[in-house]
Ligand binder design. Sequence first.
Ligand SMILES: [Fe+2]
Length: 639
Amino acid sequence: MILGLSFSHNATACLLDGQGQAVFCASEERFTRRKNDWGIPHLVLDELLAHHVRPGQVQAVAVGEGCMAAYGSRKFADFLYLGNLASRDHTLRSPLRTAALLAREVCGRTFRPRSEYQRLVIDALKKRGIIAPVRFFDHHTAHAASAFHCSPFEDALVVTLDGEGDGLSGSVWHASGSRLELVQKLDEIRSLGKFYRSITALLGLTVNRHEGKVTGLAAYGDADRYRETMRGLLHPEPDAEGLLTVRSRIAEHHMKRFNLRRVRLGGLAAHLGMYWRSRSWEGLLNRMIAAQARSIFAGALEGDPASLSFEEKADIAAAAQAVLEEVVVEYMGFHLERAPSRKLALAGGVFANVKLNQRVLERTEAEAIYIHPGMGDEGLAMGAAKLAYHETPGAKRSVLRSVHLGPAYREADIERACDHHQMRYTRLADEALAERIADALVNEEIVGLFRGRMEYGPRALGHRTILVNPAKREINDVVNKRLGRSEYMPFAPVVLDDAYEEIFEGPKLSGARFTTAFMTITLDVKPAWAKRIEGVVHVDGTARPQVIEREDDPFYYAILSKFRERTGIGCVVNTSFNLHEEPIVNRPEDAIRSFQSGAIDRLVMENLWVEPRDRAPLREPAGAVEVIRQAPVGQPTPR
Ligand SMILES: [Fe+2]
């Protein structure tokens, strides 16, 4: 078995079996309950070693980062790369601890490149009894492998784009069989991810987390107002070899400002001030990027960058989104013309932008598109593991068909959690349960569904999901309020496969079908349908569907089928089961806590219909068992 790991934001561990098929994958954030948590995924490794693999069964470890660019001592590398967010905040909250950490680096050991980082990883694995050889793969090679080796394509043009990783912000590959042939690298200084991240910060949103809100906001704005400003900051240009590349002035500015070897006294004082106000890793990062964005845009905007109106924010977002789309479409078009394949396999945080992905498919010569479902840095663990697997003789391609790769919980665990939290529960057979859920949706109730193995990647796709009736636009306000969220994009629909072409339109619907299982692309909704499912259609007439087939998940499919029998609508709102700014729920307790907070009306966990003890009990259908006290039979997914 091959263990894949990643440590940068959204640290993740993945396990491949002897055939190269992913059998487990989960991110540390779901266990620590800190969104995009960093460092060694200790709690995921605990889960893996407790329930899925013994240390001696791990034949190889693959890390999706070079882990070579660490500056400073072992302790500093530990803080900066392998410590999770809680441990970083613990250091930053104390000026004394922070000063001691920095002083140790400045006094003698200063910012010299070392390889301590790799040694730290190897030692941490040895402590857990994992002594298999550890391979460190380049960040963008791992992204590329996650895209191509998980895709259904035998050949493809592979493109990776993100903020930065191992000194690069992107790469282009020609892929076929088990081979990935590098065509072009994009240095960090050409980063498109840093461009979009700065816009996020400029709009007062949280970087590495709220980029999707910028995409949603863009649909409300006038792109022309700031288009030229944005084109000045991001545009295509030829490189020395005549290949098209990208100029990103924001990335250039960023690298000048954050170069540790050229620290200026004035800049240091400004950063100390930000540190004093933040005292948390994410807070500090946000303040630094926001300050930089405001200084870049000062003078270019009509309003004060620190206090923008909704209209100005929407216009900025619209221009940034439009220019990102134009640049990526031109860049992809150039490389597609020279590629032996018309299929696109994509990964990297820039492709979390669902609207961009639609534009890329529609406005280039691409025939088909696949975006790896864990397109951000969580995908590096699987990408690295795939790279290691494809180095073994006789390796065969294996498509990633499902993201349900995380932990599952037995009904006994769920019952214990219910008892502890004063909940009653009634077990229903699948058929009766699907009927109940469909009825609740028709009655416009918000249903939390917790069932089977947790999803890998940023989207909830049926196992840690909230379902809602999609008919009315107002449900977005209602549900956002209940969940404590603020979104500019409406909720996404889960759609029955036979309703796909009935609801959506466009010249390349079949080309999008390879990625619609994972909710990674927007599509145009037919105008007649847009009126029937207003709750999931954006102001630009698009929606970002998860399209399901019966064999993907018969129970999930049954809920939608029964909802269609009652309403004639073959889709339902599917949004992630989490409260404001929290990661998607993982354990039964996380789901019950959301229920108790009033976020949802109904909670279904495995086959249990869960209710507060003080609520009138469910009128049970024939065959249902009311309030079960004995430990039930376990669920099919082993723990
Ligand atoms: Fe990345």
